[in-house]
Design a protein around this ligand. Structure first.
Ligand code: ADP
Ligand code: MG
Length: 325
């Protein structure tokens, strides 16, 4: 449904987006994940024909954003970073206004405004001035205007930015409910957003795509490298080096680091190879070495760490296999 090939955008000489490729199949919801300044908004503005690319191509439903912008715009609903709402209008007036702009016949306009207002949970504020709405409501009015002409594709730029946790939850549910009917790209700099909302993820940093995969593969790939904290208490045995070498000998253990421990116990931090479950074998190794297992637990979220590593400014990562395909 969306195809981006060799897309580059320079602002003067500054390359905001450099030679990126990705595709979004029909009906999918894809997260465009990257830190601030990565080039997400720039890419979305190109896809929505607000900004011409410097080179490369982007097509929506087979129509080229440069050559057939009218065809592209008909098929796209866009929610920019700040919703394009007019504070001095009432919600229903604004939605009717957008609906007319998007070519909805006046005979069906009122009906369509009601439908999208219900769909986006803004029907109860339809007679309110947009200026008086909370940020969450305003964002949902922004979504309502994006879907009013029932476009095939939705492009949502940081749709939950600035919302409180309850509003974030509601907005994510709404977006999920729109997937299937619509092909969706949403940008975010928040990893859990992608995990909770999207099927696939494109990670972008400094204008380049560094990973492209299904959320499931990405999370299992990254989660596979989990870190484990292990604490043991000397039972009959006292030989710490024997314990340490027994733990090192567990198949799948990639690194083992001794940590400072409470008195009377030893504490290790252990990382496993991706996809290998070592906890059971570690527990056995402790017992068989004559120690008592005090604690064995996963250390918090390496997915976040790997995301940070992929997108950190110090390392310039080579594209992953998926990105290079
Ligand atoms: N109109 C502009 N003129 C010059 N530089 C810009 C302009 N818009 C964005 N940039 C720069 O391009 C890079 C990518 O910006 P943007 O696409 O907004 O990133 P993101 O949405 O991922 O935060 C940033 O370094 C930003 O400063
Ligand atoms: Mg942005």
């Amino acid at each position: 449904m969306i195809k981006v090939e060799g897309l580059t955008k320079r602002y003067n000489r500054f390359p905001a987006v450099q030679n990126i490729d990705f595709e979004v199949p029909k009906g999918r919801i894809v997260g465009f994940l990257g830190p601030n300044g990565a080039g997400k908004t720039t890419t979305m503005r190109i896809l929505t024909c607000f900004l011409p690319p410097t080179s490369g191509t982007a097509t929506v439903a087979g129509f080229d954003v440069l050559k057939q912008p009218m065809e592209v715009k008909k098929r796209i609903g866009y929610l920019p970073e700040s919703p394009p709402v007019y504070p001095e209008m009432e919600v229903h007036e604004y939605l009717s206004f957008v609906g007319r702009l998007k070519g909805i016949p006046s005979s069906s306009l009122a009906q369509r405004v009601r439908e999208v207002s219900e769909r986006c949970n803004v029907a109860d504020v339809s007679k309110k001035l947009i200026a008086k709405l909370s940020k969450g409501y305003r964002q949902r009015v922004g979504l309502a205007q994006a879907i009013i002409h029932n476009p095939d594709v939705l492009i949502l730029d940081e749709p939950t930015a600035g919302l409180d946790p309850k509003q974030i939850h509601e907005t994510r549910d709404l977006i999920r409910s729109l997937a299937g009917e619509h092909t969706i790209i949403l940008s975010t700099h928040i990893l859990p957003e992608v995990e909770q909302t999207c099927d696939e993820v494109v990670i972008i940093t400094r204008g380049q795509v560094v990973a492209r995969d299904s959320v499931r593969n990405l999370t299992s790939r990254l989660r596979g490298q989990e870190a484990i904290a292990l604490e043991a208490h000397p039972g009959s045995a006292r030989d710490e080096s024997a314990l340490e070498s027994a733990l090192r000998g567990v198949p799948g253990v990639s690194t083992l680091t001794r940590r400072a421990a409470r008195s009377g116990t030893v504490h290790f931090e252990i990382e496993s190879e991706p996809g290998v479950h070592v906890r059971g074998a570690l527990a056995r190794a402790v017992i068989e070495s004559g120690w008592e297992l005090e604690e064995l637990r996963a250390v918090a979220v390496s997915l976040e760490e790997v995301f940070l590593e992929l997108t950190s400014t110090e390392s310039a990562p080579a594209p992953t296999q998926e990105a290079a395909q």
